[in-house]
Design a protein around this ligand. Structure first.
Ligand code: XMP
Length: 590
């Protein structure tokens, strides 16, 4: 069952991960229901749409194995808009030419119109757009006209108005393209003749009816996490079916933040007393993790244990007898299988598609009322349901919890001097090229300041063997006297991290910094002196969906307040600030 009863008017063909979701979200913000399908979806499966958009992506149309579309889509008689890679792909498939540029064009550019056309109608003749490309269209396909150019890009927009086919090299979906929304709306309304059919306000009753239809006579049970998605899905089911028919389980893994279990208990008690049962499983997780330091092993152990507990509950028989079904807070990006999907999505899919869940899905025993919505739409539904802002505005928190924010080490190793700073003999995870890296961290002795993140990017490119750069904010001991110390996931270290994380959350909430960032991991690393064996890394980032992220800096006064509070925590030697974007680093350290 899906949460949308409407049929999509626009389909975004996914040529590379994150880009397509941003486009689909922007189309929906303009009131038009859009979905995302893999680039090679056959034309026959797309008939009936009012228009198609081919997304951007990181590939080059000439590379073997780069994403392509079914050329049959250009003969469906419906409008098509290619964006960036999609624009180049259209040129390539329809008889134009694409070449690798001498230098790329990244950032802001001024678009100059060449002739009137429906796509750019109503805009000034020159306006700012955002570009990010190396390849460029060098010859128009037959029937196409040049619509606009920029200083560095001779074919920045092209179109064949008779066939209603358009391509733009720039990104109308990003905020830096000043008239991006107008351009997308010109495509939607003037070119495709879409109507507005997507407005979440007032759709609650429709969603409730969908849940009632899917459930029939069956009751629903959930595994809730304290996160937004499962809480909204749970509440929607409560509203649709009544408190007698909905139950939840919350597994306390012992890897949660300070106050988390109490938060969950109170939240659900307020919603429907007795509706959620807390499963105390901390000792099981901690025993399974004892002495383990490899990040992939930690992940596997936690994932397996979680699935085992789910399975035990599922197989307890109690729920499967007669008429129960599983409810899940799966959201739209989690459901999409496509070439460009990154590891974050894969990780999430894994939890919602564990073997026991998969069997229930196949038997039609799963209800996922949010499966057609994006996160911001889920928040809006939550607001309509009257859920507290305190829940809806929560930052995302990873399933494996603090375990992937608590680094472990097997041996004692001193810091190593490097011309640019110090190499910390710690390894953290990163994404470089298409694969995960596991490399050392470079520590700069300066305090974090604007501009230092640019230097960090340059240093990671230049220095082999690192994927992350941090700045030292403050500490009890000089860098030459700290060392990495053997450490694993002990209750003592988890308590230390929990305290540090709670302090940072409290301070950043008080001054509103939490609203300026998308996520703010606090990481414990086994770097210090004998009396204070650990240090804390602050990792605030801005992101859209976690696939890419930018390190965010904070005001010096705020940073000082945090550092002072953290250095007063038992066992903390120093405070560092992560300056690395994703890529090359990941958000979590693992
Ligand atoms: P990375 O570290 O890969 O994280 O840059 C990207 C985003 O995904 C979150 N994350 C997870 N979320 N289960 C989750 O539900 C997981 O196992 C998991 N691992 C990472 C991470 O917090 C960030 O928002």
């Amino acid at each position: 069952m899906t949460g949308a009863s409407t049929r999509p008017q626009i389909t975004v063909l996914d040529a590379g991960g994150q880009y397509c979701h941003l486009i689909a979200r922007k189309v929906r913000e303009s009131g038009v229901y859009a979905d995302v399908r893999p680039a090679p979806t056959p034309a026959s499966a797309l008939a009936g749409r009012r228009g198609l958009i081919i997304s951007g992506g990181p590939s080059s149309v000439y590379e073997a194995g780069s994403p392509s579309v079914d050329p049959g889509i250009f003969a469906l008689g419906i409008p098509v808009l290619g964006i960036c890679y999609g624009h180049q792909l259209m040129a390539h498939l329809l008889g134009g030419a694409v070449q690798r540029g001498e230098k790329g064009e990244y950032g802001l550019a001024i678009l100059e119109h060449r002739e009137p056309n429906p796509l750019l109608a109503g805009l000034p003749d020159r306006h700012q757009v955002w570009m990010s490309h190396r390849d460029t269209v060098t010859a128009l396909p037959p029937g196409f006209r040049l619509l606009a150019r920029t200083g560095d890009c001779p074919v920045a927009a092209m179109g064949d108005p008779a066939r209603r086919l358009y391509g733009v090299q720039f990104h109308p979906e990003v905020a830096h393209t000043v008239h991006g929304r107008r351009i997308l709306e010109n495509f939607l309304f003037a070119v495709c003749a879409c109507h507005r059919d997507w407005d979440l306000r007032g759709r609650l009753s429709e969603l409730e009816a969908l849940v009632r239809r899917a459930a029939g006579d069956r009751n629903v049970f959930f595994f809730v996490s304290g996160g937004v998605d499962s809480a909204v899905a749970f509440t929607l089911c409560l509203r649709s079916l009544g408190p007698q028919r909905v139950r939840g389980f919350y597994v306390d893994t012992g890897l949660m933040r300070e106050g988390e279990t109490e938060f969950v208990r109170e939240l659900f008690e307020r919603l429907a007393p007795g509706s959620v049962r807390i499963v105390e499983a901390a000792p099981r997780f901690l025993a399974a993790l004892a002495g383990v330091s490899d990040p992939e092993r930690k992940r596997r152990i936690i994932g397996d244990e979680f699935i085992r507990i789910q399975q035990e509950i599922l197989e307890s028989g109690h729920f499967l007898e007669g008429d129960w079904m599983l409810g899940q807070g799966t959201i739209y990006p989690d459901t999409i299988e496509s070439g460009g999907t990154g590891q974050a999505a894969v990780i999430k899919t894994h939890h919602n598609r564990a073997p026991g869940v998969q069997r229930l899905l196949e038997a039609g025993c799963v209800v996922e009322p949010l499966s057609s919505f994006y996160k911001d739409e889920v928040r809006e539904i939550g607001r309509e349901l009257g859920l507290p802002a305190e829940l809806l505005e929560r930052h995302p928190f990873p399933g494996p919890g603090l375990a992937i924010r608590c680094l472990c080490a097997e041996a004692e190793i001193p810091m190593e001097r490097a011309p640019e700073g110090w190499l910390a003999p710690l390894r953290s995870v990163g994404v470089q090229g298409d694969s995960r890296s596991y490399r050392a961290v470079l520590v700069l002795e300066e305090r974090p300041a604007h501009g230092l993140e640019l230097r960090a990017a340059e240093l990671v490119n230049r220095m082999a063997g690192i994927n992350r750069v941090v700045a030292r904010v403050a500490g009890h001991a000089a860098l030459e006297s700290v060392r990495v110390r053997p450490a694993s996931l002990t209750p003592e270290r988890l308590a230390r991290l929990r305290r540090a994380d709670a302090l940072v959350r409290e301070i950043s909430h008080r001054c509103g910094f939490d609203r300026q960032v998308w996520q703010f991991p606090v990481v414990l690393v086994p770097l210090g002196e004998a009396a204070r064996p650990d240090s804390v890394v602050l990792r605030p980032v801005d992101s859209v969906d976690g696939m890419t992220a930018r390190a965010v800096l904070m005001e010096p006064a705020l940073l000082d307040e945090m550092a002072t509070a953290l250095l007063a925590v038992e066992g903390i030697s120093a405070v560092f600030y992560d300056l690395t974007h994703k890529p090359p680093a990941t958000i979590e350290w693992e």
